[in-house]
Design a protein around this ligand. Structure first.
Ligand SMILES: Cc1cc2nc3c(=O)[nH]c(=O)nc-3n(C[C@H](O)[C@H](O)[C@H](O)COP(=O)(O)OP(=O)(O)OC[C@H]3O[C@@H](n4cnc5c(N)ncnc54)[C@H](O)[C@@H]3O)c2cc1C
Length: 358
């Protein structure tokens, strides 16, 4: 059996590593050239980390990431709303995670292959074709090409994206004082009467990843240019505590992004004949849950175990859906619930605050 993976992100690389381990032939194709090291950082649950530990078992390379031991939710005036000990969460830079996965891979990633379309024979896909004219033949095809998956669109049709109604500005700041002081702590400052929050987590002794979540109905920058974002963030958070401004002042706005959040309803299936989608290509939840990367790893591991059992692919793909759909559907709903509470905190006052992590 030859497995063709499209997309060398977190899900695609992890699947390729497990298939190598189980001696299943695999070819992994990626549109970018070089390790796709873009992005900032994310939180990863222990379920995801244990999968990385399993992959790295006989290796000397250390696992990426830092343990996040505490979650502290505060009001901008310093009032503490929640102070929780966490046991199962790590924070890691996306570039560190992709470099780690690339470092374990024996197969060469086929780079600069932007998926274009499939070639069919009697309704079954026999090859993937890329924009540069390359073609890869195989027995089963896995779309691990992210939230805007072309593979998904080709085999399952377009999805109806739902706006998350919240936007995020995300950046990395080199501020050693704050990074050291808050090592292992996820601090989040949140307004009591409208959708506005600032969160920060140290990723090393020198750096922090930070984000602002805001309601675009209340304020919007004119564009996403570095100087516009700098002024917008400072103005939006003018009454937040000095530590927030210390981080923002140390921030590199050339590498700061403005994200539209969005999700889509649970798909009725993740496959069509011999093509399956995994990771963000299969399910996308709002970022409040911090579930995306952990789910990508769990998808990859679950699928690899099923493929290892050497069952007919229809059975593998149906079982994969049975094992994964309920859990990702819960995260989808949880993300929407957290979004609603975030946008209208007054309406939910008095209810126990949900922890914004899966
Ligand atoms: C550059 C980048 C930066 C990110 N930064 C962050 C971040 O800072 N914080 C965060 O929480 N999440 C971030 N994410 C998303 C996060 O990685 C995913 O939500 C999560 O890890 C699920 O992983 P995935 O493998 O399903 O998708 P992804 O990690 O998005 O991987 C998809 C892969 O498919 C490739 N691809 C896409 N289209 C094609 C195509 N047509 N042909 C071939 N290859 C294709 C992409 O280049 C990418 O390597 C980022 C994703 C990317 C691609």
């Amino acid at each position: 059996m030859k497995v063709v993976i499209i997309g060398a992100g977190i899900a695609g690389l992890t699947l390729a590593l497990f298939l190598e381990k189980y001696n299943i032939e695999v070819v992994i194709n990626e549109r970018a050239a070089g390790t796709p090291g873009g992005g900032h950082a994310f939180l990863m649950h222990h379920d995801g980390l244990s999968i990385l530990q399993e992959l790295a078992k006989d290796q000397t390379s250390p696992l990426p990431g830092k343990l996040v031991e505490k979650y502290c939710l505060l009001r901008p005036d310093g009032e503490v709303l929640q102070h929780l000990e966490l046991e199962a969460w790590h924070c890691m830079k996306r570039s560190e995670l992709t470099a780690f996965l690339y470092g374990l891979l024996k197969t060469t990633v086929q780079e600069e292959r932007v998926f274009s379309h499939f070639v069919y024979k009697q309704e079954k896909v026999i090859a993937a074709v890329f924009e540069n004219g390359d073609r890869e033949d195989g027995d089963i095809f896995i779309g691990a090409d992210g939230g805007y998956s072309r593979v998904r669109t080709e085999v399952l049709g377009p999805v109806s994206f739902k706006s998350g109604r919240v936007k995020e500005v995300v950046g990395i700041a080199r501020q050693a004082d704050v990074a050291l002081k808050y090592a292992g702590i996820f601090n989040k400052f949140q307004k009591s009467y409208r959708g506005l929050a600032f969160g920060m987590i140290p990723t090393s002794e020198q750096e922090l990843v930070w984000f602002i979540q805001y309601d675009p109905a209340v304020a919007e920058p004119e564009d996403a240019k570095p100087e516009t974002l700098r002024a917008f963030c400072a103005d939006l958070l003018h009454d937040f505590p000095p530590v927030v401004h210390k981080v923002l002042q140390a921030n590199d706005y050339e590498k700061t992004y403005l994200w539209n959040t969005r999700d889509f309803d649970l798909l009725p299936k993740f496959h069509q004949d011999n093509v399956l989608v995994i990771g963000d290509a299969a399910h996308l939840a709002l970022p409040f849950t911090s579930a995306g990367t952990t789910n990508a790893l769990v998808d990859a591991k679950t699928l690899a175990e099923l493929l290892r059992a050497d069952l007919p692919y229809e059975e593998v793909f149906e079982t994969f859906y049975e094992q994964r759909a309920a859990s990702v559907a819960q995260h989808l709903e949880f993300g929407r619930k957290l979004r609603d509470v975030f946008l209208d905190p007054a309406a939910y006052a008095g209810q126990a605050a949900a922890i914004p992590l899966i």
